[in-house]
Design a protein around this ligand. Sequence first.
Ligand code: NAD
Length: 344
Amino acid sequence: MNTLEQMKAYGHEQIVFVRDEAVGLQAIIAIHDTTLGPALGGTRFWNYGNEEEALFDVLRLSQGMTMKNAAAGLGLGGGKAVIIGDPAKLKSREFFHSYAHFINSLGGKYYTAEDVNISETDVAMINEVSEYVVGTPAISGNPAPFTARGVYMGMKAGASKCFASDSLEGKTVVVQGIGSVGRKLCNYLANEGAIIKVYDIDRAKVDEVVDTLGAIAISGDELLTTECDIFAPCALGAVISSTNAVSLKCRLVAGAANNVLVDAAAGKALAQMGILYLPDYIINAGGVINCGMEITGSYDVGRVNEQVDKIYDTTLRILALAEEKGISTYQAAEEYAWGVVMAG
Ligand code: NAD
């Protein structure tokens, strides 16, 4: 498929290819849908194998941002950008200034923020040239604590369906990935008296949460087979496939990682096993709610938390829609998000 055909398939409005030889910048900015407002989505810096890989990633991610931002009620559209190259070799103030000029050329149609390999420091450098960047250290900063809070609220809503109470006290939760989000999620779980089992490829992070919160360490082999109430994937995507889903021994899957399911078949497999799956972009929207507040109004952390806590109700709404229509929670989330866009 050529680029225009792909844009049509995903429903994109605009794709911008940018290049500045002097600083080694090569990037693709994808504006998916601006029905609800300017497109918001972070910039990912990745050493893609080739341009096709980068284009595929940015098309898919920007479409996801439209749904995430719509479902979170942000009044913003969806977009995303990818910078192609080795972050360790290319990052410099001049590099980000050049990138910022390209963002400015879109006249406010696209707002960027942090994503993989784009830090608060990088965002601050973009902000020296462009106002179209959020998640800036001076205002809303690191979104991870808000993402963790939203995942926790979504998890509680899911628990109310699975266990007839939204209390997580005494519930066993397996957390994969003790990074920025996973670690903060563990705090919420510990505060509520959950039994926390953890796995991270970084042993030091596991040891810290074992020592501090009394979490129980499990191995990578045990991750998908441990008897638990809730599995919270907070590392990378594509964790659950139709093949490995059968080994899960939980009632609820609720985590921060984007694209947890390998494909729709994985979602079907979970449903067949009676495992409730909470769509990732519904419950991990806390970070984007935090950043979005920088665009839509004067930033206020209390209002951000209020908005993030609404993820509880949004999750319940999506579960009710799935039940009412006899569709998967994943399909229900899509239907809900597109409904918000259409009502635009
Ligand atoms: P992070 O990089 O801080 O943490 C990820 C953790 O996962 C690290 O500790 C890493 O060692 C661990 N890890 C990597 N591969 C693993 C594996 N196979 N098994 C176990 N552990 C593994 O990232 P983060 O900011 O905490 O984000 C976690 C996930 O949530 C990501 O998928 C991210 O895309 C998603 N997410 C994050 C935010 C946010 O606000 N940071 C918002 C929305 C979605």
